[in-house]
Design a protein around this ligand. Structure first.
Ligand SMILES: *Cc1c(COP(=O)(O)O)cnc(C)c1O
Length: 509
C-alpha cells in the first residue's frame, strides 16, 4: 500500500452536535508554503546564490553601513499578515545584502578567511530540509553515525591515531570548553555532585597555556567556575611559541604550593601569528605529570593533511583532546568544530544525564549525542562536511591548502623585499603579520601604530579587500589571512598593490 492510499491523519473534523451552524466555508489553508511555490522561490534563491558565489567581488567586502542602519531600514513591528516571497526577497537584496560583510569574497583577508563552498552549502540546505535533531541515536541514526564516520575520515586525513574519537560542536570555543570540562571531571573528585564552591579539599586548580593562546580559554575558565586567575599564561620564545621549560617550572612551583594542575592547552596555529607550540615537548611534560593535554588547532589543524605540514600535529598522539574547525579552513559553512579525544569516556562522564523520557532500548549499543555535551538537541552538521570531503577529495583539499600557503609565502617575500614594510612573525601557514614602516618614520611604537591604523582603515574602506589587526609583543600588526576557496594570486597581488598605494598616499610621497 502506498502512502497516498492511506489517510495518515487518522482524524476527522469535529462532529460536535452542539454546533449550530457549520463553519464558514473552509478556513484559510493552514500548513506550509505549497510545493510549487517552494520550488519556484527555492529555484530563484539557488540562482541568486550561484551568481553570488561567482560574482561576490561586485560587493564591497566590508559592509559600508553604520551601526543601526539595517535595523532602522526595517519595520519595528512584526507583520500581522503573511507577505509575498517577492517582497521578502526584495528586502533581502535591498536592505540585508548591503549590511553584509562578505566572508565569501576572495578579497576577505581578515581574521581567518573562511569559505562556504558549494557542496557545503548544499549540505546545509539538505540539513535544514531534513531538520534532524540528533539528540538520541534513534532520533537520527544517520546523523549520529555519519558524524562518527566523517570525523573518523578527518582524523585519518590529519594523521591522528585511531584511539581518537570525534564529536562535533558548533565552535572551537565550545569544543575547548567541553575538553576542559572533561579534564575537570578527570581531576576534581565529585565535581558533578559537589561543584567547586566552599570545598576545603581544593586549594587551587591551574590550567596552563601560552601568552598567545585564544581568549576562548579565559571564557572556559569563567564558565567552569575555575576563574581566569587559575589560567596561567606561559611566556613564548622569539617565534611566539610556548616555552616548555617555563611550563615545567610553573607546574613544579604550583604543585609545591598545593595547587592541582588540571590541564595544559597547547596551540597549533595561534590566532594572531599562527605560531605552533612545541607539542612533543609539552606532551612529554603532561605525560610525566599526568596532566590533561588539550591541543587547540582550530585554524591550522587541517593543514596537517598537506604532507609538508604533517609534522604540525607531532606529539598530538599523546594529547587527550584536539580541536580543529572545518568551518575555518576546510571550506565548510560556519558552524562546525571537531573535537577529537582519546578519552571521550570522560566527556561523557562529565555530561551524561538521562531523564526518564529520553531513555531508549538501544542502551549502550549506540552513542546518543546528547551524552556528549551540554546541549540536548543537535543539528545535522556532519552532512555538509561529508559532502565537502567527498566533493573535493583529500587531493583537492590538499592542493587548495598548499596553494593558500604558497600565496602567503609569496606575499611575505614582497613584504620582506620592500623597505617601507616589515614582517613581524614567521609564516608557517597562510597568515602574514606585517606593518608599514615607512623610511624616515623612525621607531616610535605609538607613531607606527597610528600610521598603521590609518592604513588599515583606508584599505578596508577600499571595498576591495578586508584585513584585520593584532598585537604581537606590544607591536601593532596588520594581518593578511588567506583561506577563501576562490582567493587566487591576482587577489593577493591586488592587495599588495593597494597596500603600497595607500601607504604612499598616507606618507605624502
Ligand atoms: C578561531 C579560533 C578559536 C575560536 O574559534 P570559534 O570556533 O570561533 O570558537 C579558538 N582557538 C583558536 C586558535 C582559533 O584560531
Amino acid at each position: 500500500m502506498s502512502a497516498s492510499d492511506r489517510d495518515l491523519t487518522g482524524g476527522s473534523v469535529s462532529n460536535d452536535p452542539e454546533t449550530k451552524s457549520p463553519p464558514e466555508v473552509s478556513p484559510p489553508t493552514l500548513g506550509d508554503m505549497d510545493a510549487d511555490a517552494f520550488r519556484r522561490h527555492g529555484q530563484r534563491t539557488l540562482d541568486w546564490i550561484a551568481e553570488y558565489l561567482r560574482d561576490s567581488e561586485r560587493y564591497p567586502v566590508m559592509a559600508r553601513v553604520g551601526p543601526g542602519d539595517v535595523r532602522a531600514a526595517l519595520p519595528s513591528t512584526p507583520p500581522q499578515r503573511g507577505e509575498t516571497f517577492e517582497a521578502i526577497f526584495d528586502d533581502f537584496e535591498k536592505i540585508i545584502t548591503p549590511g553584509l560583510t562578505h566572508w565569501n569574497h576572495p578579497g576577505f583577508f581578515a581574521y581567518f578567511a573562511t569559505s562556504s563552498s558549494a557542496p557545503g552549502i548544499i549540505g546545509e540546505l539538505l540539513a535544514a530540509a531534513l531538520n534532524q535533531n540528533a539528540m538520541l541515536w534513534r532520533t537520527s541514526p544517520a546523523a549520529t553515525e555519519l558524524e562518527a564516520l566523517t570525523l573518523d575520515w578527518l582524523r585519518q586525513l590529519v594523521g591522528l591515531p585511531d584511539g581518537f574519537e570525534g564529536v562535533i560542536y558548533d565552535t572551537a570555543s565550545v569544543s575547548t570548553l567541553h575538553a576542559l570540562a572533561a579534564a575537570r571531571e578527570a581531576v576534581i573528585p565529585n565535581v558533578r555532585d559537589q561543584g567547586l564552591v566552599g570545598r576545603s579539599d581544593l586549594t587551587g586548580i591551574r590550567v596552563y597555556c601560552s601568552e598567545q593562546a585564544h581568549s576562548s580559554l579565559d571564557k572556559a575558565m569563567i564558565l567552569l567556575g575555575l576563574g581566569q586567575s587559575a589560567l596561567r599564561k606561559i611566556p613564548v620564545d622569539t617565534d611566539l611559541r610556548m616555552r616548555p621549560e617555563v611550563l615545567a617550572e610553573a607546574i613544579a612551583e604550583d604543585r609545591a604550593s598545593g595547587c592541582v594542575p588540571m590541564a595544559v592547552v597547547a596551540t597549533v596555529g595561534t590566532t594572531i601569528s599562527t605560531s605552533v607550540d612545541p607539542v612533543p615537548a609539552i606532551a612529554r611534560i603532561c605525560t610525566a605529570e599526568q596532566i590533561w593535554l588539550h591541543v587547540d588547532a582550530a585554524y591550522a589543524g587541517v593543514a596537517a593533511m598537506v604532507p609538508s605540514c604533517a609534522h604540525i600535529l607531532d606529539g598530538c598522539d599523546e594529547a587527550d583532546s584536539v580541536v580543529m574547525n572545518p568551518h575555518k579552513w576546510l571550506f565548510t559553512p560556519v558552524d562546525l568544530s571537531a573535537l577529537f579525544s582519546r578519552r571521550m569516556d570522560m566527556v561523557k562522564a562529565a555530561f551524561s544525564l538521562t531523564p526518564e523520557y529520553l531513555r531508549t532500548a538501544e542502551g549502550d549499543r549506540v552513542r546518543n549525542l546528547m551524552d556528549m555535551g551540554i546541549q540536548l538537541g543537535r543539528r545535522f552538521r556532519a552532512l555538509k562536511l561529508w559532502m565537502v570531503l567527498r566533493h573535493f577529495g583529500a587531493e583537492g583539499i590538499r592542493q587548495r591548502l598548499a596553494e593558500h600557503m604558497r600565496l602567503a609565502r609569496l606575499f611575505a617575500e614582497w613584504v620582506d623585499a620592500h623597505n617601507d614594510f616589515e614582517r613581524l612573525a614567521p609564516v608557517p601557514f597562510s597568515v602574514v603579520c606585517f606593518r608599514a614602516k615607512p623610511a624616515g618614520m623612525g621607531t616610535d611604537e605609538a607613531e607606527l601604530e597610528r600610521f598603521n591604523i590609518k592604513l588599515l582603515d583606508a584599505l578596508n574602506a577600499s571595498g576591495e579587500i578586508f584585513l584585520s589587526q593584532g598585537k604581537l609583543e606590544g607591536r601593532y600588526v596588520i594581518r593578511l589571512a588567506i583561506g577563501h576557496i576562490r582567493t587566487a594570486e591576482q587577489h593577493v597581488a591586488r592587495a599588495w598593490e593597494l597596500i603600497q598605494q595607500h601607504t604612499q598616499v598616507l606618507t605624502g610621497h
